[in-house]
Design a protein around this ligand. Structure first.
Ligand SMILES: [Zn+2]
Length: 340
């Protein structure tokens, strides 16, 4: 039984794992599929710091193999999504019994042990049973769809409003689709022609490269009004100023994504337009809402590049991804199929 532990920067080692017996409120899960994310690559390279040692791996699904006697709604043999974020149990909200308002949400692979291992023993509330019609590939997108839904909620948008989505890699594409599901009209901007093509295949009507015509294209798409909000995906590698330029006065600019954000923005853009700027990087407590969205076909991932690997070397995969994070096909879903 394998357990991939990050012991320090670029120091990922495989160890035999020891599993503990389940307590009455715990389940034991055989991890079957793990999505390699940019977040894992940034942890590996040290761009995102973890408290070592930590098992790496943020997004996974598995099969329940043992259930404690006080677990509800989870049965042995059930296919489940492993929650990639948990409350901290230490902040004021958590200690007051209001963990839903946790101010220090913990992320798998960074703050608690992640899922690149054969078995996970956790509380039954930390897994979400998956309906048959939500396949493993869609389930591995749950957190990203949750981030999109979280952004939609925070922006308080109404039907027909126009929102610029800067960067249409994996995250940006999903955000655009979720907005569209809510009848908000996304305007996707990316300099990668493949990403623009994928957006079109997912029925996104407005998709443009960030070239000299961009502002005029967006003015046309918004009847001269500019966008009601802009969402900047950190993986896009486009300047943040692109997002500032496309949004109207007194509107919001949201920053999101898992890439390390080393871009800067001009304060003048924010001041002159009186913009509200905030970040969304998580989707704590969104899993049930997302599964419902997926059941309603809100997100089409048919056109994403996917690779499912049974024989793998996580060190080589993470090394490659972290070294090529600026140029790699970030929309590609690399999934480890974990067989005992
Ligand atoms: Zn907390």
């Amino acid at each position: 039984m394998d357990n991939w532990i990050l012991k320090g920067v670029r120091n990922l080692v495989k160890e035999d794992m020891v599993t503990t017996p389940v307590s009455p409120t715990q389940v034991k899960v055989k991890v079957t599929h793990l999505l390699i994310s940019n977040f894992d690559a940034l942890l590996y390279s040290g761009d995102v710091a973890a408290e070592y040692p930590k098992t790496i791996g943020r997004f996974a699904v598995g099969i329940v193999t043992e259930v404690g006697e006080k677990c509800y709604g989870v049965e042995k043999g059930a296919r489940v999504y492993l929650e990639s974020v948990r409350s901290c149990n230490a902040c004021y909200a958590c200690k007051s019994g209001k963990s839903e308002n946790c101010t220090d949400v913990q992320i798998a692979g960074r703050d608690f042990d992640g899922f690149m291992r054969d078995f996970v023993v956790c509380e039954y509330t930390e897994v979400a049973p998956l309906p048959d019609s939500v396949d493993n590939m869609h389930a591995l997108c749950i957190e990203t769809v949750g981030i999109a839904e979280n952004i939609y909620d925070k922006l308080n948008l109404s039907a027909g409003q126009r929102v610029a989505v800067v960067g249409s890699d994996f995250t940006g594409n999903i955000i655009a689709q979720v907005l569209q599901f809510h009848k908000v009209i996304p305007i996707v901007i990316d300099n990668n022609p493949n990403n623009l093509e994928k957006a079109r295949k997912c029925d996104i009507y407005y998709s443009y490269p960030a070239d000299d015509d961009l502002l005029n294209n967006v003015l046309d798409a918004t009847s001269g009004e500019l966008c009601d909000a802009a969402i900047y995906s950190a993986g896009s590698r486009l300047p943040l100023s692109v997002a500032c330029r496309l949004v109207g006065k007194k509107k919001s600019l949201v920053l999101t994504g898992f890439a390390s954000m080393n871009c800067s923005m001009d304060a003048r853009d924010i001041l002159e337009k009186d913009l509200t700027v905030f970040g969304v990087t998580g989707a704590y407590r969104y899993t049930d809402a997302v599964i419902n969205l997926l059941l309603h076909g809100a997100v089409n991932i048919d056109f994403f590049d996917k690779e499912v690997i049974t024989e793998f070397d996580p060190v080589a995969i993470l090394k490659d991804r972290s070294e090529n994070i600026a140029t790699a096909n970030r929309g590609k879903m690399i999934v480890l199929k974990m067989i005992l």
